[in-house]
Design a binder for this molecule. Sequence first.
Ligand code: PRP
Length: 224
Amino acid sequence: MQLNNNKEYLTIALPKGKLFSLSADLLAKVGYTAEGLTDKSRKLVITNEEKKLRFIITKTADVPTYVEYGAADLGVIGKDVLAENGMDVYELLDLGFGRCHVMMAVPKAERRPQLTDYAQTRVATKFPHIAEQFFSAHGMQMEYIKLNGSIELGPIVGLSESIVDIVETGTTLKENDLEEIAYIMDATARLVANRVSFKLKFERIHKLTEELRKVLALEKGAAQ
Ligand code: PRP
């Protein structure tokens, strides 16, 4: 199926997983929704003809790619994934949800006294670019082992001495006897736009961004 009339439609890329329902729920509050929009859907493009809206559902790490190349006008993605990919997209709005932080953790039982004691060791991570920036800033050369999930397994099975990964509740670290030893960066979900779409579809994108901003401000006010 080839998608036509791209100019007429606003296409939004949503990530599968933790951010999906939070993103879909927020967009629904400003009337941006479509019938059958769930991340369990086997249909990967879900259209709302009346509103000329298209949602595409992709792997989290691929959202910036679809947006950068203009296959999607907009996308929702964690700041961690954005920072890792270094994609050339506009960051329009901090959506506030999906709050987590990127950090370095090691097995509790083998904790070394100082960060620099880990120089020249192996780090398992989904974020080799963020990790490299962090360790370089500390003058440390490391060996990066790229994993795509279950990063915490790395030090347990002897694949690496440490991990660089995101922490949300801390449960995964705890259950695997790992301890955070260095904070790297905070992350929340962001609304991003393709640079050309932002100009060509400015009115629609600007209107949506402002409507979302209002909903977020109201929710923040109600929570305080
Ligand atoms: C993320 C991350 C940690 C976990 C942290 O993994 O990589 O493993 O969540 O969350 P917690 O602090 O609340 O325990 P995710 O669930 O996205 O799956 P993955 O391991 O397959 O990447």
